[in-house]
Design a protein. Structure first.
Length: 662
């Protein structure tokens, strides 16, 4: 032991300046890509396209480009081209002998969007987008048509392969083309861009800026036979977000005959805002928000400004028309169940993280609310009959919210009165619990697919946001104050803990439906822990199930099969498909990536799906008592408040672990 200690001490003493690494150029991006694009999964892979497409959109929004081409080639290469000004190619004053183009593509925090002189508003803000794409691709070629001259340069893994080449004069072309292929060293050998995801990205950008035309094209070999994605299409929407909303609603009935839609400039050239809002009669809404054409799935301050404008507008209108219950409205009453599209363009926006999922600019609240509220007031006053119907509907929701808070339980109401429940629950229409089931899904994206795939009579959908609270390690106060768990308890109607009553359960089956990956398994574990601790009788009575969504889709012509895991995939390849023909294999990264028809066919249709019933040993049965005690001990070790128990479990069981492809 003494020798071991001395050897360890000598190793520690050797720590010197030679052990300090200095990462130069784009090496930090390749070492830690998660710091720049959030990881190396499918979402991060497609973020590369978003970075380049956002730069092209910035040229369009600034008024310098009218057209963008997005092409996906058969080998997985993506090309994005605009007809804007073209990236500057003259020497950069700070780096003599190096073009501004090369500086932008190889230097972090470089670009023309910091001062606000070149772009009044922009999506690229940190000067890392193009350089990150350069670092994480094994092939990247850029072409710049500027001043009637074409310039080209090639890169690989962040390093220039060629100098900037003058390719000669061009008369009918201007702008920038970036063509790149993702690096398998970073994203894995099987990583590839999905046509459906890129098409949706292009379509949403065209909706967000009505002045741009986006030309989409994709090699037909990358499209499945039943794919709804066209091989080529020109995307241009002169009515912007209103076109987007009408496309999303299709033939669904709304509370008001027209949507509340419009656009307005912020004062002092601070930017502008566009919106489109409707209230569907089925209360199955969504909220998609954007800043400078960048999606903000977690909302932020611009969404807060819209919520305040709508809420204050309806409360003020209620007072104007003498509706005494109007002032009791809250933002939850107004926007819950609404379909909301919101896009703002502001100077120097502040996001939460490089992936820009949430806007945190404080001034966006004031600017957005002030711009929208006057328009909303005029919209309500111009159609008093429709405004009254909307106000009455929302007041009814507010009254129901108050009744729910006052009630100690939630019995199913009479068939003549519709029940509206907390959160984003899409309830089924059957009044009795017999034959009904509720699917608990992770996130609004998966919830949207599940709502379209369900049987509305017997299947209810409750989306939860992310990972729920771990009840095995949380305090009682945290448990009571958690909104996601509160919504879940109210939706089930049977209470929890000491207030649990199996007779009040509103559904015959409770189905946990999460993604077929590690995060999905973690969320399912947290939910099972919740039911095990707070509603054990549901498990004992056989009410709790796990859905089994597929991990793979395999197709060979019209022969389409779904595989649960890698072993099932290999079995299908060996026994079902013809060996001498190519089999298209796509891996589902989440339920939100599946088409509703696929989700229904594989996971939700009782005639074709497979469910796993969750069971626990019965401690009242002498033969199961030991197993029941072991189960309780295992839950406490893995999910409880003592991390040392988890560490001990890992130490004792690490030798049994195998590499899993998840």
């Amino acid at each position: 032991m003494s020798d071991l200690f001395q050897n360890t001490a000598r190793k520690q003493d050797s720590y010197s300046a030679q052990d300090i690494e200095v990462l130069e150029g784009l090496e930090p991006v390749r070492r830690r890509p998660g710091m720049y694009i959030g990881g190396t999964d499918e979402r991060a892979l497609h973020h590369l396209v978003a970075e380049v497409l956002d730069n092209a959109m910035d040229e369009a929004v600034a008024g310098h480009a009218t057209r963008i081409d997005l092409e996906l080639a058969a080998d997985g290469t993506v090309s994005i081209r605009d007809n804007g000004r073209g990236i500057p190619v003259d020497d950069h004053p700070k780096y003599p002998g190096k073009s501004a183009l090369e500086v932008i593509l190889t230097t972090l925090h470089s670009g023309g969007k910091f001062s606000g002189k070149v772009y009044a508003t922009s999506g690229g803000l940190h000067g890392v987008g193009l350089s990150v794409v350069t670092a994480l691709t094994d092939q990247l070629t850029v072409e710049v048509a500027r001043d009637r001259t074409l310039y080209t340069q090639s890169y690989s893994r962040g390093v220039p392969l060629t100098p900037l080449v003058n390719a000669g004069p061009v008369n009918n072309r201007r702008g920038t083309l970036v063509r790149f292929h993702p690096d398998a060293q970073i994203f894995g050998e099987g990583a590839h861009f999905k046509a459906e995801r890129l098409y949706r990205m292009a379509r949403s950008k065209a909706y967000l800026f009505r002045g741009v035309e986006i030309r989409w094209s994709c090699d037909p070999s990358l499209l499945a036979d039943d794919s709804a994605v066209p091989a080529a299409e020109t995307l241009h929407f002169p009515n912007g977000l209103l076109d987007y909303l009408m496309s999303a609603l299709k033939d669904r009935r709304t509370v008001t005959p027209t949507a509340f839609a419009g656009q307005a400039d912020f004062p002092n050239q601070a930017g502008r805002v566009e919106w489109a809002v409707a209230w569907p009669e089925d209360d199955e809404g969504f909220s998609h928000t954007y800043c400078n054409t960048i999606p903000t799935p977690q909302g932020g301050t611009h969404e807060q400004g819209l919520r305040q404008a709508l809420t204050r507008g309806l409360k003020g209108y209620g007072e104007l028309v003498g509706n005494r219950k109007g002032p009791s409205l809250t933002a939850e009453d107004v926007v819950d169940g609404a379909t909301i599209l919101l896009s703002v363009f502001i100077r120097d926006p502040q996001f939460q993280g490089q992936t820009k999922e949430k806007l945190v600019s404080a001034e966006a609240v004031r600017l957005t609310e002030a711009a929208i509220k006057d328009h909303f007031d005029h919209w309500l006053s111009a159609a008093p009959d429709a405004a009254k119907v909307l106000l009455d509907r929302l007041v009814e929701k507010a009254e129901e919210r108050a009744r729910r808070r006052a009630a100690k339980d939630m019995a199913r109401k009479a068939p003549t009165r519709r029940l509206r429940l907390p959160g984003k629950l899409a309830d089924c229409s059957r009044q009795s619990s017999e034959g009904t089931e509720i699917f608990i899904v992770e996130g609004d994206s998966a919830g949207g697919s599940a709502k379209q795939a369900r049987n509305r009579e017997t299947q209810a959908i409750l989306p939860l946001r992310g990972k729920i609270l771990n009840v095995a390690s949380a305090s009682t106060d945290k448990l009571r104050g958690n909104q996601e768990l509160s919504d879940l308890v109210q939706a089930l109607g049977c209470g929890a803990g000491k207030e649990f009553s199996a007779e009040r359960l509103r559904y015959e089956r409770i189905v946990i439906m999460t993604d077929a990956d590690v995060d999905g398994a973690h969320i399912a574990s947290l939910l099972m822990t919740f039911f095990y601790r707070e509603m054990p009788s549901l498990i004992e009575n056989g009410n709790l199930f796990l859905a089994l969504p597929p991990l793979y889709r395999l197709s060979q012509g019209s022969n389409v099969r779904y595989a649960r895991d890698d072993a099932h995939k290999d079995e299908l390849l060996a026994n079902v498909f013809k060996a001498n023909q190519k089999v298209e294999i796509s891996r589902f990264k989440g339920l939100g990536e599946m088409q509703p028809s696929q989700l229904k066919e594989t996971t939700m249709d009782p005639a074709r799906r497979t469910l796993l019933r969750v069971t626990v040993p019965d401690i009242r049965d002498p033969e199961q008592k030991d197993d029941a005690e072991n189960t309780a001990s295992l839950v406490e070790s893995l999910m409880g408040r003592k991390p040392e128990l988890r560490f001990k479990f890992i130490q004792e069981n690490a030798k049994f672990a195998q590499d899993l492809d998840v």
